[in-house]
Write a protein that binds this ligand. Structure first.
Ligand SMILES: [Cu+2]
Length: 298
């Protein structure tokens, strides 16, 4: 069953004013830029301007300075107040453009592809490299809000309004190729602790690479106003160690790339069975692509 989410981690925490802790290389880099480059520069500039304001108020008011100077130009100061901002902006531009380039870097050829499809109002996660099965993910409701016998949210699933019944399970430490699209209106796939946000647009396939550095559970939400239940389509990414991910794929009826399909029981051992001879795999999860079973309930 789902692990205790509190040990794992990608979620907002009480009294936090910073970005969430980051679990991807780009996220850690971006957080570093913010906390180590931007915040100090902003603080120094603000304090400097505040100091200048106080100096003007105290030293150049009518009482302290009854006869104002008529000086209009000072070449040295003019060169300094042009050059210093230029240097500051260049200093900010370098890591900023570097981050942008890293974010646009395409996923490597061996990346694991997962396609996230936004529906009004739930998510579908398809695994084209693993047989193409789709996991349909609906928000878990509170105990008092479900019919008798229906599954409701428990503490292990995640916080209220953030937990889903079927998570997007991915391998940790492995490059992922996340593709997004939508079936009806524009949605957006966003997980703050993974530094990941990508619009899901009907008729388009957007793509971005992501490597999650640590196994754990990462919470996000649809981030494009998509209708009445926009606030109730959370995203829960569960990153597992690769062996556990392979076991999960198997449990979903999927196949690992490169793994040979299980031969039908009747086939003599050692005989090379053509793929078309494999049993039609009644009720493979791919059936759910045409008819998502877990349609959202009111
Ligand atoms: Cu949405």
């Amino acid at each position: 069953m789902p692990p205790d989410y509190k040990n794992s981690v990608g979620m907002p925490k009480p009294k936090e004013i910073d970005f969430q802790e980051q679990f991807s290389d780009n996220g850690q880099y971006a957080k570093w830029i913010n906390n180590t480059v931007l915040l100090p520069i902003i603080t120094i500039i603000s304090l400097f301007v505040l100091g200048l304001l106080f100096m003007v108020i105290l030293r150049f008011n009518r009482r302290a300075n009854p006869v104002p100077s008529k000086t209009t130009h000072n070449t040295f100061i003019e060169v300094v107040w042009t050059l210093v901002p230029v240097l500051i902006l260049l200093g900010i531009a370098y890591p900023s453009l570097d981050l942008l380039a890293k974010q646009f870097k395409p996923a490597p050829a061996n990346a694991v592809t997962i396609k996230a499809t936004g529906y009004q109002w739930y998510w579908g996660f398809t695994y084209p490299d693993h047989g193409g099965f789709e996991v349909v993910s609906n928000m878990l409701k509170e105990e008092g809000d479900v019919a008798k016998g229906e599954r409701f949210r428990t503490e292990n699933d995640g916080p209220k309004l953030m937990a889903s019944d079927n998570r997007m399970v991915v391998p940790a430490g492995v490059p992922l190729r996340i593709q997004t699209t939508a079936a009806d209106v524009i949605h957006a796939f966003a997980v703050p602790s993974l530094w990941f946000k990508l619009d899901a647009v009907p008729g388009r396939l957007n793509e971005k690479s992501l490597t999650i550095t640590k196994p754990g559970v990462y919470f996000g939400q649809c981030s494009e106003l998509c209708g009445a239940r926009h606030a109730f389509m959370p995203i829960v990414v569960e990153a597992l160690p690769p062996e556990k991910f392979a076991a999960w794929v198997k449990a979903q009826g999927g196949t690992m790339p490169g793994a040979t399909k299980p031969a039908p029981a009747a086939a003599p051992a050692g005989e090379n069975v053509p793929a078309s001879a494999a049993p039609a795999a009644a009720a493979t999860p791919i059936d759910t692509v045409a008819a998502p079973v877990a349609a959202p309930t009111k």
